[in-house]
Ligand binder design. Structure first.
Ligand code: ADP
Ligand code: GN1
Ligand code: MG
Length: 385
């Protein structure tokens, strides 16, 4: 069995550990001899995630994650935020339970009782309870799923609406401050001219032009924040659809995971991110990028679900900026992917050198589709209120 596990792990592009090293790390979190299997798990773009199956304890597993410390420079703050968030939400749910199962991943301590384990060479590992009987989807397959994803984000915002954002640390400087991404892009473009490893292919030229023509988008949400129209609140930061777990049995959303970016910010980046990821049935990695489109029926489903849980604390300004949120975050993500491609793929996990370029083409195409459907999307927002 060990050989099978080993080959699986070695086959993963991001698994730099040998199986034995991985086993040693796993053993920091569970008693000797309990581990039956360790497999690479999920399809996140940032951390390295493994599923640790335990022996003798029926169907019990736990998540083992190596935090990407190139991204999260202070992973201890990530763990601190996660604790503050989890304790707050558990208290809320104890006082006022939901009418459905709702899970918050638990931080599982090391044998020594710490929230994380750091290797001698500075790798930062943590373990989380595995949400049993759950599954995530990379794309929404129907309206019911879309409504559930919307509900999950709405519930996340609802449960954190009374968590003062200033209690949380900033785990990722500049994260979702869209003008900063344009600045970084400009710095990268200035550095690589010429010579550069990326060919000036038609696709690269298309992206360069696209960014030039859409620069005005980057200030919209930040200007609204500066004008006091949109307040700082506790945000998730990364609510794309595969960070929401569904109950396999009931098909209801049951958990919001990937809590590394929970911090103070504009919930509009969350709303936009949930919509841009949930309304793109072709997916973020669609090779056929010219056929990517923004699905307005899924948009309606997500907004209905979202508002069913979040309506009570939204203002008129909040509604007024939902359309902008969708286009800004879609542009922002396309810009981030394209910048990373130009910089040599240093941030997002990639499976091949042009992966980030394709991802940026997908987001930019999605944005065009959003723009051409502006009036329909605005009608949906108005009618969902
Ligand atoms: P990344 O930051 O790399 O996206 P995530 O925390 O989102 O890392 O984890 C990657 C994937 O692992 C998720 O999309 C999900 O499929 C799975 N996963 C992570 N945590 C859990 C958990 N507690 N229970 C079940 N699945 C999980
Ligand atoms: C990353 O970690 P993951 O895969 O859930 C990224 C998000 C992007 C997303 C695009 C911390 O999310 O901002 O929207 O990729 N997370 C971070 O797939 O940068
Ligand atoms: Mg994730």
């Amino acid at each position: 069995m060990l050989t099978a596990i080993l080959s699986e792990i070695m086959g993963q592009p991001n698994a730099l550990q040998s199986f034995n090293e991985l086993l040693e790390i796993g053993k920091k979190f569970v008693q000797q001899g309990q581990i039956e299997n360790i497999q690479s798990f999920g399809s996140g773009n940032i951390n390295d995630t493994f599923l640790v199956s335990l022996q003798g304890i029926e169907a019990q597993s736990q998540i083992l994650q190596r935090i990407n410390t190139n991204v999260f420079r202070e992973p201890k703050l990530v763990m601190r935020n996660m604790r503050i968030y989890s304790e707050h939400v558990r208290d809320r749910l104890d006082k006022d339970p939901l009418d459905r199962p709702w899970e918050i991943p638990r931080i599982l301590p090391t044998i020594e009782g710490l929230d994380y384990f750091q290797t001698e060479n500075g790798e930062f590992w943590r373990s989380l309870s595995f949400i049993k009987g759950s599954q995530s989807y990379n794309v929404m397959e129907n309206i019911e799923q879309a409504q559930e994803v919307g509900y999950a984000l709405g519930m996340f915002h609802n449960l954190t609406s009374d968590l003062p954002p200033e209690r949380l640390d900033n785990t990722l400087e500049g994260f979702h401050i869209t003008p900063r991404y344009l600045q970084q892009y400009e710095e990268v473009v200035a550095k690589i001219k010429p010579p550069h490893h990326t060919k000036r292919s038609p696709e690269v030229n298309h992206c360069l032009r696209f960014v030039r023509d859409r620069q005005y988008l980057v200030h919209i949400l930040e200007d609204a924040k500066a004008a006091g129209k949109l307040p700082l609140r506790t945000m998730h930061g990364d609510p794309k659809v595969n960070n929401i777990l569904f109950d396999r049995r009931t098909n209801l959303a049951m958990s919001v995971i990937d809590l590394d970016t929970v911090k103070s910010g504009l919930i509009h980046y969350d709303i936009g991110d949930c919509l841009r990821s949930g309304c793109n049935p072709a997916g973020e990695d669609a090779e056929d990028w010219l056929n990517v489109r923004f699905d307005t029926e899924l948009c309606q489903g997500i907004l209905q679900g979202y508002l069913s849980a979040a309506r009570s604390f939204l203002t008129e300004y909040d509604y007024a900026y939902v359309y902008d949120a969708i286009r800004v975050i879609t542009f922002e993500l396309g810009l981030r992917f394209f910048t990373d491609y130009l910089a040599g793929n240093i941030y997002f996990h990639v499976e091949y050198p042009e992966h980030n370029l394709l991802r940026s083409l997908v987001q930019f195409r999605l944005l065009e589709s959003i723009e051409t459907q502006e009036s329909v999307i605005n009608q949906i927002i108005q009618s969902s209120k």
